[in-house]
Write a protein of this length. Sequence first.
Length: 289
Amino acid sequence: MGPDALRVAGLERALRDLGHKVHDHGNLAPSPKTSEHAIHPNSLLKNLEDCANWVAALQDAAFEICDDTRTPIFMGGDHLMSAGTVSGVANYAQALGQEQFVLWLDAHTDFHTLSSTDSGNLHGTPVAFFTGQDGFKGYFPTPKGLVKPENICMLGIRSVDASENANITETAIDVHDMRAIDEGGIATPLRNFLSRVRAANGRLHLSFDVDFLDPSIAPAVGTTVPGGATFREAHLVMEILHDSDLVTSMDIAELNPFLDERGRTAKLIVDLIASLFGKRVMDRPTRSF
């Protein structure tokens, strides 16, 4: 119901009011089930076959939509969607001969493999999948595009399992947890990352998990973690991204309208997306002094 909540909250109208042409391609369906499905030794995994079929459908759809859409917005349920969307857009970037970069706004690193997760929730695995970590072959579709770990920046991290922490620290993924943001602010690491994207003439995918935000302003998520980004920090990120003109695709994940309070989380997400696409409180022309 997350995508429908964003529709009801006025996402399309907000973008049109900013002068953008918008086309809603509707909802996807998962790929057809196969006749055989491998049984994974980790018995805790939940809905493995259904999730694998969704990833297969999403990576094909993401590749195709990039060909005729300037900045596709992928709206989904849990963050597993990024296993498909990111591998799809990375495949498109590869076809263009460009590097794919990912800005990951989330309370979690989502760097579990199918074997390391002890919750069985596959929304904890997408980053491991689209960076080509071991353990997915035979259970998930082969990723059609991969992202180099050094091309990923994570902001807002504040809940990481021990096994994830051990694995991700061995990679070149640029992780900024909330302590780092509290101490140094959110703008500097973001601008440093964007400078790298621009220098490489790369394509930038923004993957936004609602739990990046503090639950006091965004309660409609099933994986709330206290101490998240504030209203102004989140808008600042979107405003800086707009000014950069580097974002080529984005995800909105984990919005659960059944946990919302009179739709306020959905309205906030629409407002944040509008900031990404150019909504301003005031124009700020360059002044001479």
